[in-house]
Design a protein around this ligand. Structure first.
Ligand code: BV8
Ligand code: ZN
Length: 236
């Protein structure tokens, strides 16, 4: 079961939801979390993407996010992002992305749920005000109120905002097919969205370079690069 079957299933779908992870941005030059040369490189996730890491050393955490801002600002959507954006021409497409890079929006996708927030938004830990900030690097990490600014992303140990969870569950309920693209499917609760789709008897198609914990339970699991496979299975 592979490309041909996936293309047939997608052709017949009125609404497609797509759960994407770092793998869909790899061909845009953005390192993944766990792959070789991954983002977590010399650090472990828990050392950087957590509230305690920020409390302990906000400058270190911001050095890491500014380094990522530097990579992401130069990155362009690849054929994988573009195939998903183009698919909106003939059907509803809802993207639930674990990525914080904004590349789906840059590719033209209209319905994007940022499950883990955005690197281009900052939030004050004192007054809670959240603003868009595209500076590379961020110029100052103080808010007008004097509080510290943090990336408006979801760190390990932090809950997904209720309205984001709600919108994601609705996207799964609304779809005929869920595509799961470029995620190691280990981080929760994002990875459980695939299981939710299966429980709701939706067709689930995975596109990933390597096998993941959901590869054996989805309807079709295609080994390959998102930028090569997505244009083949989503046509028109
Ligand atoms: C929560 C945003 C509870 C920030 C991210 C033990 C200790 C502590 C916590 C836990 C624990 N056990 C479980 C947990 C929960 C934890 C979790 O799941 N941990 C994992 C590691 C086990 N989850 C959380 O903490 C979540 N919150 O549980 O809160 C709670 C509830 C109520 C009240 C209070 C608290 C929050 C998790 C969100 C963390 N934030 N990112 C940032 O980006 O800086 S996670 C980050 O890693 C990404 O966003 C992504 O979601 C995640 C996984 O990365 P992937 O996207 O999958 O990337 P990865 O590199 O892993 O895989 C890439 C895949 O692509 C690979 O398979 C590769 O083969 C493939 N690939 C590569 N190239 C290509 C490709 N595929 C196709 N084409 C290619 N070209
Ligand atoms: Zn403030």
């Amino acid at each position: 079961m592979g490309i041909v079957e996936a293309r047939e299933i997608i052709k017949g779908a009125k609404t497609i939801s797509v759960l994407t992870g770092a793998g869909i941005s790899a061909e845009s030059g953005i390192p993944t979390f766990r792959g070789a040369g991954g983002l977590w490189g010399k650090y472990r996730p828990e050392e950087l993407a957590t509230p305690s890491a920020f409390a302990r050393d906000p400058e270190l955490v911001w050095r890491w996010y500014n380094w990522r801002r530097g990579i992401i600002v130069k990155a362009n959507p690849n054929p994988g992002h573009i195939a998903l954006a183009r698919a909106e021409v003939s059907r509803e497409v809802i993207i639930i992305t674990q990525n914080i890079d904004g590349l789906h929006q840059k590719a033209g996708s209209k319905r994007v749920i940022e499950f883990h927030g955005s690197i281009w938004r900052v939030r004050c830990i004192e007054c809670g005000c959240e603003t868009e900030n595209m500076e590379v690097p961020l110029k100052k990490i103080e808010c007008e109120c004097g509080g510290l600014l943090r990336p408006a992303v979801v760190w390990f140990g932090e809950p997904i905002p209720d309205q984001v969870l709600q919108a994601s569950f609705e996207a799964i309920g609304e779809c005929d097919v869920l595509l799961v693209v470029g995620t190691s499917a280990v981080v929760q609760p994002a990875a459980s969205l695939a299981m939710l789709a299966l429980d709701m008897l939706k067709k689930v198609i995975e596109v990933n370079l390597e096998a993941t914990p959901i590869s054996n339970v989805v309807d079709i699991s295609i080994r390959g690069k998102a930028g090569e496979v997505l244009p083949q299975i989503i046509c028109g």
